[in-house]
Design a protein around this ligand. Structure first.
Ligand code: OGA
Ligand code: NI
Length: 372
């Protein structure tokens, strides 16, 4: 070993202190996302995407199917009171223990699910020049495309590009939506709004409230469609598709393709959410955990990176505010008692979202900040 001690060599161990901000900015300026890197033929992961080893340690655990991921059949939910009661019981059980479940017979035709995934694919695979016109981090815009909403605030970036469309209460106008997926976004959103109402009713009933309770609380008021595109990753063991996080909303209805990679934290293990053609994944978000005073769980989840792909998913976020709103959310008084006092301070969806976004994905839950 050659022993010399120039200033440069002494600094070598702190090499990780590279100029991250400039590298992020240079990448941001391409407006082409991670797909742009793949198109340019990268074979090594740029270091802005490399996650610390302690966060990557558990991505290799062989998947053990120790658990049956909850699957709920909605067939007959509006026709038969007995069937409905059983469905409500299953929704309660899954929301309390997993914070996640899959649904089938939800009424959204399989062909529409496929066309929605294909619409997100078409958007991402169209000419970069057209796609770039949507590239923005301006949260007042109704339609934006970018790579990692938290690119500049998270410690490590994820291998994923995202298109974000505001559906309600003040929707993007049809002409603002990208031409290649305009029709399907409009059609699919109508179905998701209908399904969302059905789910909020079931959730209300599962909490022992009147069926319209959560809808009257405006939990289904705002809806955003978030289309993710996870290109094949050259070094999938060094990064994530999405770092672990919980969602900052009431409910997410997720459509995933058949590649897999989504994992949920359950009983201290990462459990795969098995892709099931025709199914939709439903999960409880932080604001729902807050108003339910911890009766329902907003559970951490993540997406592994993979050298297969692109993987495509569409997350429909209910309750994420798209504009200033003074609507206050606090633990529901119907669910409180002397033995069960409020665990959270009141907040607005907007305050919650601002805090969540500034914090970025990957750390501890934003909910802790609102805990009493
Ligand atoms: C999300 C999310 C999972 C997926 O958008 O919050 O967790 O499979 N998505 O894309
Ligand atoms: Ni999520």
């Amino acid at each position: 070993m050659v022993v010399s001690s120039t200033a440069e060599e002494i600094q070598a161990p702190t090499e990780t202190k590279y100029d991250r901000q400039s590298e992020l900015q240079a990448f941001e300026d391409t407006k082409a996302g991670v797909k742009g890197l793949v198109d340019a033929g990268v074979t090594k992961l740029p270091r802005i995407f490399i996650h610390p080893p302690e966060n990557l340690r558990d991505i290799k655990n062989p998947t053990r199917n120790l658990f049956d991921f909850p699957l709920i059949d909605l067939d007959g939910v509006d026709e038969d009171a007995g069937v409905r009661e059983k469905i409500v019981d299953r929704v309660r059980e899954a929301s309390e223990t997993w914070g996640f479940f899959q649904i089938v017979n939800h009424g959204v035709p399989v062909s529409m699910l496929e066309e929605m995934l294909d619409g997100v694919r078409r958007f991402n695979e169209q000419e970069t020049e057209i796609k770039k016109q949507f590239y923005s981090r301006d949260s007042t815009k109704k339609v934006t495309f970018n790579c990692n909403f938290d690119l500049f605030s998270s410690p490590a970036a994820n291998w994923r590009d995202t298109i974000y469309c505001v559906i309600s209460p003040n929707p993007a106008q049809p002409e603002e939506l990208p031409t290649v997926c305009r029709d399907i976004i409009i059609e699919y959103s109508k179905q998701v709004i209908r399904l969302g109402r059905c789910l909020f009713k079931l959730m209300s009933e599962s909490l022992g409230l009147s069926p319209d309770h959560l809808i009257e609380m405006e939990c289904a008021e705002s809806l955003a469609l978030i289309g993710h595109y996870y290109p094949p990753c050259p070094e999938p063991d060094l990064t994530f598709g999405i770092s672990k996080h919980s969602d900052n909303n009431f409910i997410t209805v997720l459509l995933q393709d058949n590649l897999g990679g989504l994992q949920v934290r359950h009983q201290n293990q990462w459990v795969d959410v098995p892709p099931l053609p025709g199914a939709l994944v439903v999960n409880i978000g932080d604001l729902f955990q807050l108003v339910s005073n911890d009766k329902l769980k907003s559970v951490e989840h993540r997406v592994l990176a993979s050298n297969a792909g692109p993987r495509i998913s569409v997350a429909s976020f209910f309750g994420r505010d798209s504009g200033p709103s003074s609507k206050v959310y606090a633990p529901m008084k119907e669910l409180l008692s002397e033995d069960d006092p409020p665990k959270y301070r009141p907040t607005t969806a907007n305050e919650y979202t601002e805090f969540f976004r500034a914090k970025g994905l990957g750390g501890t839950s934003a909910l802790l900040h609102f805990r009493l």
